[in-house]
Design a protein around this ligand. Structure first.
Ligand SMILES: *Cc1c(COP(=O)(O)O)cnc(C)c1O
Length: 348
């Protein structure tokens, strides 16, 4: 049986052009700053998000750790959404490794942290009982919320709030280019409203490995030292950076196709009474939905697997992610598999 794998956009395989670029990339020791391909990727990435400097890191998780620890010293707190990736899915790294307490604030279903609650969460620097708040972390598109995108207006108001209180804003933009595609704007328009950004090359952009952190020169210098401390200083990393360059140059425009496929799948799900779905949140390449009735999410996922469809889940819903390698005909097969699965789990 031909399996349709919608678990995540991390399952994407590198394009033929990426493999070719990896074969022929000029290389050097990047820890010595001598890998021309890494240097080119970092320059290109900084340009794309219009920041002074960028750093190539092995994973988005390491990128977020480097960014948060570049902004906050030990005992200085970061505000995060209570459904954010940094809070839930990164093993508490910034607290474990950097002594940075995470202060979670309730997130709305569309991924926004209401600004009133954000402002109320900021600590009083003068009170010795409190860990001073130095950073606000936002996420767009929002993974756990099912891929919704923060508006430019929201980002601008969050930045003003942070500026007024001497705090920085870090954007976990693992899927930054999906967010940009949804808004129909260059990514730099989004990142102009934050101090630093992390984005993944290895998700929808289909590179095999790698993420980028970008910000001002001083911040990236700190992040570079932190990357070394964390064991992320890689030597001839141009082998993988070469694919990252292709990802940035060739793979951002095609994200529209993933968004159309996600829409197509969401519409089929909305037509099926066996599921609940909030179509307003289907903005990018993630489709979150719930089966109606008693079935547990793991049981549904197991039955879907037998019907040739691989899904994942969030804490509360099923999750399907469209990506490079998935076409409209795969979506139609996925929709059929969902229908069959819903009927099977209902009759037990
Ligand atoms: C995937 C993801 C990350 C982490 O990226 P890895 O490369 O898997 O470590 C961070 N934030 C968000 C929102 C993500 O979706």
């Amino acid at each position: 049986m031909n399996i349709v794998d919608l678990r995540s956009d991390t399952v994407t395989l590198p394009s033929p052009e990426m493999k070719q670029a990896m074969l022929t990339a000029p290389l050097g020791d990047d820890v010595l700053g001598e890998d021309p391909t890494v240097n080119r990727l970092e320059e290109l990435a900084a340009e794309k998000v219009c920041k002074e400097a960028a750093l190539f890191v092995p994973t988005g998780t390491m990128g977020n750790v480097c960014a948060v620890l570049a902004h906050c010293g030990r005992g200085e707190e970061a505000l995060v959404g209570d459904r954010s990736h940094i809070y839930h899915w990164e093993a508490g790294g910034v607290s474990v490794m950097g002594g940075v307490p995470l202060h979670p604030v309730a997130t709305r279903s569309d991924g926004e942290i209401p600004l009133k609650e954000l402002a109320a969460a900021v600590r009083n620097d003068l009170d010795t009982h409190e860990a001073p708040t130095r950073l606000v972390c936002l996420e767009s598109s929002h993974n756990e919320c099912g891929g919704p995108v923060l508006s430019l207006d929201y980002l601008a108001r969050a930045k003003t709030l942070a500026d007024d209180r001497g705090m920085k804003v870090h954007l976990d933009g693992a899927r930054l280019f999906n967010a940009a595609r949804y808004l129909g704007l260059p990514a730099a328009v989004i990142t102009a409203r934050v101090d630093s950004v992390m984005f993944c090359l290895s998700k929808g952009l289909a590179a095999p490995v790698g993420s980028i952190v970008a910000g001002d020169g001083g911040m990236i210098e700190k992040a570079r030292r932190l990357r070394k401390m964390l064991g992320g200083g890689m030597r001839q990393a141009g082998v993988i950076a070469a694919a990252g360059i292709v990802a940035l140059e060739r793979m951002t425009d095609r994200l529209e196709e993933d968004h159309l496929n996600a829409r197509r799948l969401a519409e089929a799900i909305a037509d099926e009474p066996a599921f609940r779905i909030d179509m307003d949140l289907v903005q990018t390449n993630i489709v979150c939905f719930e089966p109606v009735g008693e079935v547990t999410l793991p049981a549904f996922i197991e039955t879907a697997r037998k019907n040739g469809l691989l899904l994942s889940k969030t804490k509360t819903s099923l999750r399907a992610v469209t990506h490079y390698g998935i076409g409209a005909e795969d979506i139609d097969r996925a929709a059929k598999a969902l229908k069959v699965t819903a009927a099977e789990v209902q009759t037990g």
